[in-house]
Design a protein. Structure first.
Length: 262
């Protein structure tokens, strides 16, 4: 844990009320995104996204990031869903969710260890590193055997918690947590799911997740002065690994018990 929480190069400045309110909005905005990664959507979720005007909030947070088109794409995907959703559409959306998070159908694990270890296995050192970060804030996951500590849902929930605390230290830790734990793999996961999802809604929601995480890190850099410390080679390594794995997947089908099962 001490290695993760290295002192910043310069003293952290005090936060103004505007900063605290902005990060409270960020924490609130991550809630619906986390829900979309957590379990299948239903009519209540879709109606809630409309009622809360979530597409407009996402567009506001992405303003100036260069990813405004992503928010527009998600808004179109949401608008394209019938209201209420017929059972056939619910089944189609549930199938996409299952392939992304439950059955390995998209060959994209929602757990960081699989992306960050050479053997692509769950519950490896990256999970224990994340657990140490949680423990510093007195947080544990409900059942790590059912859903590991480094699952995208748990990592984003912890990130939201740090933002909601709204202290100079918690925001500095949010920047470090993004650099050490979420950004080295979650954007690649989102791109893989978006490329393979059959439903525009899931493609749009995962692309939106990626854009929001990157925009948040940029925002935190301006507030904390902590320049992103994601390893320069990490993006290229993970992208190349995903491409190699995709080619291997096409050449050899997944057989339960032989390849990784997530």
């Amino acid at each position: 844990m001490a290695e993760d929480r290295v002192p910043p190069a310069a003293p952290l400045r005090d936060l103004g009320e505007e900063d605290r309110q902005r990060y409270a909005i960020w924490a609130t905005a991550l809630g619906p995104v986390i829900r979309l990664h957590d379990r299948e959507v239903d009519n209540a979720v879709i109606e809630g996204l409309w009622t809360a005007e979530f597409p407009a909030l996402a567009a506001l947070l992405l303003e100036g990031s260069g990813d405004e088109a992503v928010a527009e794409g998600f808004a179109r995907a949401l608008a394209g869903l019938p209201r209420p959703l017929p059972q056939a559409m619910l089944d189609d959306l549930a199938a996409d969710f299952a392939d992304a998070y439950l059955t390995h159908g998209f060959r994209a694990s929602p757990n960081g260890s699989v992306w960050l270890t050479e053997d692509h296995l769950e519950r490896q050192q990256p999970m224990f590193d994340v657990r140490d970060f949680y423990a510093f804030y007195g947080i544990t996951v409900p059942d790590w055997r059912r859903r590991s500590d480094d699952h995208i849902v748990h990592e984003m929930q912890f990130l939201s918690h740090l933002l909601a605390l709204g202290t100079p230290a918690s925001l500095a830790d949010a920047a470090l947590f993004l650099d050490r734990h979420l950004l080295p793999w979650a954007p690649d996961f989102c791109l893989r799911v978006a490329a393979r999802a059959r439903e525009p809604f899931y493609a749009g929601s995962t692309l939106l997740t990626r854009s929001l995480l990157l925009a948040l890190r940029q925002d935190l850099e301006g507030t904390t002065g902590l320049v992103s410390r994601v390893e320069p080679h990490a993006w290229a390594v993970q992208e190349g690994r995903a491409e190699r794995q995709a080619r291997a997947d096409e050449e050899s089908p997944f057989v339960p018990g032989v390849a990784e099962s997530w």
